[in-house]
Each structure stands twice: as C-alpha cells, then as structure tokens.
Design a protein around this ligand. Structure first.
Ligand code: AOF
Ligand code: ZN
Length: 344
C-alpha cells in the first residue's frame, strides 16, 4: 500500500460523517520525497481537500505530486473546480484512489489535457469510505443505517440511548458515536411517546447532533417532550391535524408520506445524507418492507426476556442471570456467541 495514499485516506476518514452530501476527501502533497502540505474536505460548501492542502504548503507546489482519495472535481459547485487550483499550482502528477461517480465531474480528462499525469492507486478502505457517498448520489436519498438492540433471546429492546436496562455502557457510547456520525436520526411515534428520548449526542459538551426526524403517524405531540429541547428543529411527519399547533417548534409535514418520499425530502431539502434509524420495531419493519436500508447494526446484550415479550421486563431485570461473554465466533454470515454464567 502506498504510504502517502494511506495518509490521504486517513485524513478523509477523519472527516467522514461530517461532510453531509459531499464525500470525505483527503489530500497529501509531496515534493522531493517530503510532504509539503496536506488537507481534508471538512464541510459541505467549504474548501475541497486539494485546495486545503495547497493552502497549507510550506513551499511552492510547482512540480509536486498530489495524492488524493477522490478524482479532483472539474465543475463549479458550491466551490470552484479543484482542477483549476492544481493546474495553477503547477502540480505535475495526481495519484487518486477512486473515480468520482458524480456525472458533473470529469477531472481526470481535464488534467490529462493539460499534460498532468493521472495515476490510479488502489486502497483497501476506499470502497467502504465512499459507499455512503455513491449510494446517496445514485439514489438521491440518505444512506440508511438501521440500529437496534436485542436481548439474547432475540427480543427487540426499547433502547433509546437514555435507558439503562439493556445495553451496557460501551454499547451506549457506541450509539452516541453513531449519532455523531449521522446527519439525521429517525424514530417512530411509539418510541417518542414511550421513551420521550432527547435524540442528542452525548459524548462530550462539544458534540455534533443529528437532526431529529419523527414518523409520528396519528400520535399527538406534547409541549414537554424532550425533542423540543433538541439543538435542531425536529422534522415531524404526521397525519394528525392537531399537531399543526406545534409548527412554531418543529417542521410539520401533514399527510400521508411513503418512506421513500420522506427520504427524498430529507436529502433534497435538508441535505441529510445519512440517517440513523433507531426504531422501534414497526419503523424498522417499514424500512425493511420497502427494502430501504444500507447498513444494519445490532447490539446484543446478555438479557433474557422470556417467551412473551413482557413476561420478564424492566422491573425484573435484577433477577436476570449474570452472564459473561466467553467467546464470539463468525460462522460465515452467522455468529456464535457463548455466554458463561458466573457462579452465584
Ligand atoms: C474534490 N475534492 O474534497 C471533494 C470533492 O458543491 P461542491 O463545490 O462542494 O462540489 C461537491 C462535489 O465535488 C461532490 O458531489 C463531489 O463530486 C466532489 N467532491 N471533490 O475534488 C473534495 N469533496
Ligand atoms: Zn474539488
């Protein structure tokens, strides 16, 4: 693996999850065997990685080579073409790891026409890095991650990041990391009513929070719900007219909306390019029925609910057996979990 491209990929990974509809991109500029500049695209609408790297060069980039994770853009979007900046700076060779599937971009040809070498370099992480960008670009919808927490006997837990009775602390932290990395977070009306979640990221006092999206159905909103204290204005889809009285505090979409229509609105109107669907189970089922999801993330916790979902629950968790995860084995697409009961 080329070490400069690896540096560029690491720069791109650092901004993954915060570039909205744009891809995360990293760039490293090398001259006479020394890195003279590097940069990343940090935010949609702001400098692209190539320009950020050029701006930070410690010396002239004339005759230098650039390693960039994505084919440089050649179009005027929110920012001017990177190809112009590379040509102006006198870059002689561009190493790139992925072609840009944006049909407006034809950077390689523009560079070649100006006598700049373009060389493709493979990187093992590049497909995973750009899968969300290519999915959103092709389907004009957010990248969709369905997340749920299950008990050992496969029951879906009412886990909302606040509740403490299913997943452990590390899993909850992980969920907050996911919230930080997604532009939006989506739940259904039942989860809203039952859990009154705040849908914020709680890793530190300096977090990025996902925009809350509620598929409320016919449920009614209440003024004292935690989502009304969210740093972002919630987006609420409902068919209950009474909820219109909350339009001062939320964006209310009244009527019947299919999931794919909602996804299009989120992407096109709000630039939400990734959404974390936290449930509950009826919301997950709607996404699964419409075949609308990209990643499934499932946390399994050593709790047992019993045959009927409500046979053993909240109150009774103290009488749960203490289990220690002894062994995890990947059996192709199956997982084998071995739990050991701690001696009483
Ligand atoms: C690059 N370097 O760092 C990024 C690129 O609206 P704009 O001007 O920000 O352009 C967005 C498009 O540019 C985006 O859809 C993708 O094709 C490309 N992103 N290109 O050369 C970068 N972020
Ligand atoms: Zn660009």
């Amino acid at each position: 693996m080329n070490r400069y491209m690896d540096m560029a990929v690491n720069l791109a990974k650092m901004s993954a999850g915060q570039t909205s509809v744009n891809p995360p991109v990293g760039a490293v500029i090398v001259k006479n065997g020394r890195v003279i500049g590097y940069g990343a695209h940090l935010k949609s609408g702001e400098l692209h990685a190539e320009r950020a790297a050029l701006n930070h060069c410690t010396e002239s980039a004339e005759g230098a080579e650039i390693y960039v994770t994505l084919e440089p853009c050649s179009h005027h979007g929110k920012t001017p073409p990177c190809t112009d900046a590379l040509i102006e700076a006198g870059i002689k060779r561009v190493y790139y790891a992925s072609r840009d599937q944006n049909s407006k971009v034809d950077g390689l040809n523009v560079l070649k026409d100006r006598g700049i070498d373009t060389v493709h370099l493979e990187h093992p992480d590049i497909d995973a890095l750009y899968r969300p960008f290519y999915t959103t670009m092709k389907d004009k919808r957010p990248f969709i991650t369905l997340k749920s927490a299950l008990t050992l006997d496969g029951k879906m837990a009412r886990e909302n990041g606040d509740s403490h009775w299913v997943s452990n602390e590390l899993s909850r932290q992980d969920v907050h990391q996911l919230r930080q990395q997604h532009d939006g977070i989506l739940i259904g009306g039942h989860t809203l009513r039952n859990d009154n979640p705040s849908l914020t990221t709680r890793l530190s006092d300096n977090d990025k929070h996902p925009v809350p999206v509620i598929l409320l159905g016919s449920q009614k909103l209440k003024r004292d719900m935690n989502i009304f204290n969210h740093p972002h204005r919630p987006l609420i889809f409902t068919n209950n007219k009474e909820n219109m009285q909350f339009k001062d505090a939320a964006e209310i979409y009244l009527g019947h909306y299919e999931i794919n229509e909602i996804m299009q609105i989120l992407y096109e109107k709000y630039e939400i390019a990734s959404i974390l669907v936290e449930g509950g189970s009826s919301v997950h089922t709607q996404f699964l029925n419409d075949n609308l999801f990209d990643d499934l993330i499932i946390y399994i916790a050593p709790k047992i609910f019993g045959y009927s979902e409500y046979q053993l629950h909240n109150g009774d968790l103290h009488s749960q057996p203490d289990l220690i995860l002894d062994h995890v084995e990947k059996l192709e697409s199956d997982i084998k979990l071995t739990y050991r009961r701690t001696p009483a």
